[in-house]
Design a protein around this ligand. Structure first.
Ligand SMILES: [Zn+2]
Length: 65
């Protein structure tokens, strides 16, 4: 099985919010982050960022309550 490098991993991690990754992509990403602290932290960071952004966006557009 081909190992992805950190650049590929970072790319997939940002793409997964815009499209559905294939099973193979998700699997390689998982294998990579399990072994790479840098990418594992980057992934968590992206999640936090994305949640914060989603919350901001909700606050701005969903103003009917
Ligand atoms: Zn990495």
């Amino acid at each position: 099985m081909k190992m992805m490098n950190c650049r590929d991993a970072a790319q997939l991690m940002s793409e997964r919010y815009e499209r559905t990754l294939s099973l193979r992509e998700r699997l390689s990403l998982r294998v990579h982050t399990a072994m790479c602290d840098g990418c594992s932290n980057y992934g968590k960071h992206l999640d936090v960022l994305r949640q914060a952004t989603a919350r901001l966006r909700e606050g701005k557009t969903g103003g009917d309550h």
